[in-house]
Design a protein around this ligand. Sequence first.
Ligand SMILES: [Fe+2]
Ligand SMILES: [Fe+2]
Length: 275
Amino acid sequence: MMNDSDKIDPKQLVEEYKDIPPMPNVMVKALSVIKNPTTGIAELAKIMQTDQSISTKTLSLVNSAFYGFRQQITSINKALVILGMMKAKNIIMSLALKQMMTTQGSRDLWEHSIKCAVASEIIAKEYKIINPDDAFVIGFLHDIGKILLNTKNPLKYSKVRYLAQQGNVDLVDLEDAQFGTNHCILGAYISKKWQLPVILTNCIRYHHDPSQSSLPTVCGIVYCADRLVKPTMPAPVFEPKVLSKLEFSIADPATLRETILAKASIFLKEISAPS
Ligand SMILES: [Fe+2]
Ligand SMILES: [Fe+2]
């Protein structure tokens, strides 16, 4: 259940950030067709077949070790049947948002988003928290708000990210100080404007502090995923105030990180290859 603290306070949104990019068209189409299970697969196939890059990359991904299917899959229709609509939709989303994330954000943002998506999927599956395909979407979109800060002032934002990476200051605090808002608030705003599910908006809003969320365990998936895939794992890996609110506990973060990064690198390789 959502409570009042989950709503975005309009006062937290600085007027100058209200211009958000529209959701890419191919993603809008993919989201609308998966709502209809009877025609969904055929419609998704149509979307994929009209985009050469999406169909090529989907086929190479479905034949890669990421999914580990035994047989060779050579047609999009067969790939969709084997993958299922939710996974196919997630591949479309990853590719559809690549351009926005890399040009309005950075290449690092896109790669980090893929890693976090894969990590969230693995955590959700391992601890049986939510549907792993839904967790992938949450992980993939968690930092989407960064594109607004980066678009606003790329130089200032790269300095903020650099300072935060040095490890002395919290990124969200720095963003608040420098921009008057932060990527969690802005990301939740984008999610709301794109009419994405409420649970997604909540997780984006609180992914740096799930203890503030009305859904701490679900939000905790992306919190843990985010920290596990950072270039260097933070110390402590997970904060005690968050851990106490989660209904799962990761016993061996270092081993989980290795598994996640190995899987994410296959995903990245297959969908980054020139088509
Ligand atoms: Fe973040
Ligand atoms: Fe992140």
